[in-house]
Design a protein around this ligand. Structure first.
Ligand code: T4K
Length: 419
């Protein structure tokens, strides 16, 4: 069996770097201004630019998307159960739990992996009195059926907000992501297509909601000495905003580069039995920041975990976003959150979470690296039996300290560091 390192090792991700000249100029302004945070000029300019780009009235910039989700839930005064998806990054659920809200998980759609509107309707019918809102996610920048979800919510008198962490610049049928529901939340973390090192935003057309969140992010101050609401410190600083402003002009080229990476993966992996992509959706202007595939264990001959482990052993990093599924994580009891009455039957989410694998996808990824990733995936099929055996032993026996396998082993056990 050949689990020798691949010809080219490939990192899962590298954040985009921009020309330092432009950033330096903006940094100079920040230093000249001697204004580093608390709604400074960089932050104000960036918020206006992002609101315009997403065709929405208000953009409230925040320290990260998790806080943006929390502040939105708090500002909407939600109490009780919130219908949400089991297939997302853990921040989606953690933000609800932090606000004392109970996630009520419903299944996803088989093709695009977002919350299914019919599952939302069914959940409302079954749990009518306890449900107060809906938190949907546009996972991997593929918009969920937001129009349908908004309609269902309106009929049931529920408030809806969207985790659009992956959706910078995404459009659905010509309409920008940003204006669905009461609010949509973007993430500007360093691993996102557009980033401010750390950062996030609430996009909304509701002026009262925007004002409320603006106050909440700044300790609840309504004026110099007046505090009239809940508050925390969740502001974006000027250096992050300056980086965002420096990055904005690059976004068109970034999206075009990432779309080419996608198409190259699709063409190189095309026809390999057991490997599939989400269909390219009509009307969807994606930003292509993630490149997820599904590994069908039966058709491919190896499970997603076996593929993931074998690629790591070869020095090719991929990520199991999003695994485990959120409804199967045992969170500690907190904030009087009621646990769900029964473990929900979520077959589509279960299948996707056990077969999804995100491939390396970033602006500086070389074409030869994409080809190497595809070649190595294809080559695994020739060695299925041996890899299965290797993986089984690998989970039993500690590998030598410091080796790549050691890193993998730690990762496969869910540890964040290697001893
Ligand atoms: N909702 C959704 C649907 C989300 O996906 C996220 C975050 C949120 C909400 C919350 O947004 P924020 O509160 O973060 O704004 C990463 C990110 O930390 C997280 O922001 C992101 N989603 C999630 C999908 O991915 P990890 O723990 O997997 O990241 P990590 O540290 O393993 O880094 C990923 C890769 O990037 C690695 O290969 C290393 C590389 N990297 C990372 C950083 C930070 C770099 O090369 N340089 C860097 O500076 O969560």
């Amino acid at each position: 069996m050949n689990l020798e390192p691949a010809k080219i090792g490939v990192l899962y991700y590298q954040p985009q770097k921009i020309s330092l000249n432009v950033f330096h100029e903006k940094l100079n302004c920040v230093f000249e201004n001697r204004w580093f945070t608390n709604s400074g000029p960089m932050e104000t300019e960036l918020a206006a630019a992002i609101a315009k780009l997403h065709d929405v009235k208000h953009c409230v910039l925040l320290a990260n998307a998790t806080l943006a989700l929390q502040l939105t839930a708090r500002a909407l005064e939600l109490k009780g159960q919130v219908i949400t998806t089991p297939f997302s990054f853990v921040a989606t659920t953690q933000s609800l739990r932090w606000e004392g809200l109970t996630p009520l998980y419903v299944d996803i759609e088989p093709d695009y992996w977002n919350m299914s509107p019919s599952a939302v309707s069914a959940a409302i019918q079954h749990n009518n009195s306890d449900v107060c809102g809906i938190l949907a996610v546009h996972v991997f920048g593929i918009p969920c059926q937001a129009t349908e979800i908004d309609e269902i919510a309106a009929k049931a008198n529920l408030l809806t907000f969207y985790d659009a962490a992956h959706c910078f610049g995404v459009k659905l049928n010509g309409k920008s992501i940003g204006s669905f529901g009461k609010a949509e939340i973007l993430s500007f973390h360093a691993t996102k297509i557009f980033h401010t090192f750390e950062g996030g935003a609430v996009l909304t057309n509701d002026s009262a909601l925007a004002r409320k969140i603006e106050k909440m992010r700044n300790f609840g101050f309504a004026g110099l000495d007046t505090i009239d609401s809940h508050g925390i410190n969740a502001k974006m600083n000027e250096i992050s905003a300056a980086y965002g402003l420096s990055m904005l002009p690059h976004m068109e080229v970034t999206v075009s580069t990432l779309s080419k990476i996608h198409l190259r993966y699709r063409s190189r992996l095309n026809g390999i039995e057991g490997i599939s992509f989400a269909p390219l959706a009509p009307g969807l202007e994606s930003n292509f920041q993630y490149c997820p595939i599904l590994v069908d264990a039966q058709a491919f001959g190896l499970s997603r975990n076996e593929v993931w482990a074998a690629l790591w052993a070869k020095g090719i990093q991929t990520r199991r976003y999003f695994y485990p599924m959120l409804s199967e994580i045992h969170f500690p009891a907190a904030n009087n959150i009621t646990s769900q009455p029964r473990l929900p039957h979520l077959p589509n989410a279960k299948r996707v979470t056990n077969s999804v694998l995100c491939l390396p996808c970033y602006v500086d990824l070389a074409e030869e690296s994409i080809d190497e990733v595809a070649k190595q995936i294809a080559a695994l099929r020739d060695d299925c039996q041996a890899i299965r055996k290797w993986y089984f032993n690998f989970l039993q026996t500690p590998p030598p300290a410091g080796s790549l396998l050691n890193v993998h082993k730690a990762l496969s056990r869910g540890q964040s560091s290697v001893s």
